[in-house]
Design a protein around this ligand. Structure first.
Ligand code: AMP
Length: 122
């Protein structure tokens, strides 16, 4: 990979930065967000470094589906399966700061009130 395309999530998924994996398989890892925006805030990160959702291709269909299935399993593992939100920030204007596709799973606070964007309000 071109080093300029590497990110902190590339290093984490490759195990180069020691990080607790709440879950891992051949395709993805799940870690706790360093700056949680909710009592439960984890990141589902594919090992394959797709920069952002809009850069995904038809070839990534199975991987993207897998990430959603893992999200559901992790929600259950964390006991939040009845009330959680998934967020994908796409592009700088969309609030993305790490350009390695990832899903945010947020739970443990009121998700019904306020703007939808409060899913990841900073
Ligand atoms: P986004 O803004 O959608 O790109 O999300 C990036 C997320 O990664 C933010 O919520 C950060 O708090 C989180 N983050 C950045 N560095 C780390 C890290 N080393 N370990 C865990 N989470 C991180």
């Amino acid at each position: 990979m071109n080093p300029v395309d590497d990110t902190i999530f590339g290093k984490i998924t490759r195990g180069e930065i020691p990080t607790e994996f709440l879950y891992e398989d051949d395709l993805c890892v799940v870690i706790r967000d360093l700056y949680p925006q909710a009592p439960t805030h984890v990141l589902i990160i594919p090992r394959q470094p797709i920069a952002m959702l809009s850069a995904a291709s038809d070839d990534d269909q199975a991987l993207l589906g897998h990430l959603l299935i893992v999200a559901g399993k992790i929600a259950e593992q964390l006991g939040v399966q009845d009330a959680f939100r998934l967020v994908i920030n796409n592009g700088e204007g969309g609030g993305q700061t790490v350009f390695h596709l990832h899903l945010h799973l947020l739970a443990g606070r009121d998700m019904k009130e306020g703007e939808l964007a409060q899913g990841l309000a900073r």
